[in-house]
Design a protein around this ligand. Structure first.
Ligand SMILES: Cc1ncc(COP(=O)(O)O)c(C=O)c1O
Length: 359
């Protein structure tokens, strides 16, 4: 199998072992003579795939029974609307922390449904840090933040403290399953699968059971968490193949030793790259050191005129998708769970060699 190092922010690299197993099972899953893609979502074969995936996800994150685990569609973007539709519970206010482009989009969408206010933001310094304390408004229904901003590369390394009566809601899309998380601190966690956990088209929602069942009038049934929970995420035909692949990714993570083990690998990869950037006068990362993302590492070259040449040279050596997001420019290396350390070493080596030529 010939594989390149794909530094895309998402859809992103999947573990080679997972792809190989999926290829192996593509046309005939476990002697059924069918591909998972061809199975009824109500049939016993697919139900066993779904149940095992949920069990493994619960085990990886130590999710207690008081939480529902939902496998939904519509991406994290739909959650920007679905969260207020479900969690306002008769209230009209929700508080938002804005640390980058994604949380900015989340609050903008929530404003369609309620009085959504920004209670803390790092926009004053170009989204280069994560505010740690926020004073919430009285009678707020929940507080929402993005625990890893994919574009700016800003990650919360601690769960922010909020009063226990206010549900904490997190968009974990771009660092889901990259480290252990104490789920019990959250009212709701959501994440698109296409970065760390599987193909696009699947969204995970982990929600405390007592918060659901009060969706705003007019909420479509497929967007009502309670209706989806009662239907085991199969109120309509779910994203079956994506769920199967996610299940294989969960197994891969378990075999590696779980989230504490993948976290160590992620720390090592991120350190390698940041240490090199910090030691160089040619590359720069603008994020406060304590808030730097282990998953998404944006960096600029001393002279933006060299960007094109940098990207072309990297592609020639089998390293792709390093172009930064159009809103910030420069480069961005997304080094999710499936990126092997060899990929990060190859990138650092290339950066060093490029700097020598141009520095
Ligand atoms: C942190 C974060 N939130 C939300 C989204 C939107 O996800 P989707 O495209 O699945 O709707 C993304 C996509 O990159 C993201 O990185």
């Amino acid at each position: 199998m010939s594989r390149i190092f794909n530094f895309s922010a998402g859809p992103a690299m999947l573990p080679a072992e997972v792809l190989a197993r999926a290829a192996d099972e593509l046309t005939d899953w476990h002697g059924t003579g069918m591909s998972v893609m061809e199975m009824s979502h109500r049939g016993k074969e697919f139900i066993s795939i779904y149940e095992e995936a949920e069990r493994d996800l619960r085990e990886l994150l130590a999710i207690r029974a008081a939480y529902k685990v939902l496998f939904l569609q519509g991406g994290a973007t739909l959650q920007f609307a679905q969260v207020p539709m479900n969690l306002l519970r008769g209230k009209d206010k929700a508080d938002y922390v804005v640390t980058g482009e994604w949380s900015k989009k989340a609050v903008k969408e929530a404003k369609k449904y309620c009085d959504a206010a920004i209670v803390a933001t790092s926009e004053d310094r170009g989204f280069t840090y994560a505010p740690k304390s926020f004073s919430l408004r009285e009678k707020t229904a929940y507080v929402h933040y993005c625990s890893n901003e994919t574009i700016g590369g800003v990650e919360y390394h601690e769960v922010p403290k909020v009063p226990s009566e206010v549900p904490l809601v997190a968009d974990m899309s771009s660092h889901f399953l990259s480290r252990p998380v104490d789920v019990s601190k959250f009212g709701l966690i959501y994440a698109g699968a296409q970065k760390n956990a599987g193909p696009a088209g699947l969204t995970f929602v982990i929600v405390r059971e007592d918060l659901i069942g009060n969706a705003t009038k007019g909420t479509p049934s497929v967007m009502d968490y309670k209706a989806q929970a009662d239907a085991d995420s199969m109120l309509n035909t779910p994203s079956t193949y994506a769920m199967y692949i996610a299940g294989l990714v969960f197994k891969w993570l378990k075999q590696l030793g779980g989230l504490a083990s993948i976290e160590q690998k992620n720390i090592e990869k991120a350190r390698l790259l940041y240490d090199y950037i910090d030691a160089s006068a040619f590359y720069q990362n603008p994020v406060a050191k304590e808030d730097r993302s282990r998953m998404n590492v944006p960096f600029t070259l001393r002279d933006a005129k060299l960007d094109e040449e940098f990207l072309k040279g990297a592609a020639k050596q089998g390293m792709v998708q390093l172009k930064g997001h159009r809103s910030v420019g420069g480069m961005r290396a997304s080094i999710y769970n499936a990126m092997p350390i060899e990929g990060v070493r190859a990138l650092v080596e290339y950066m060093r060699e490029f700097e020598k030529r141009h520095g």
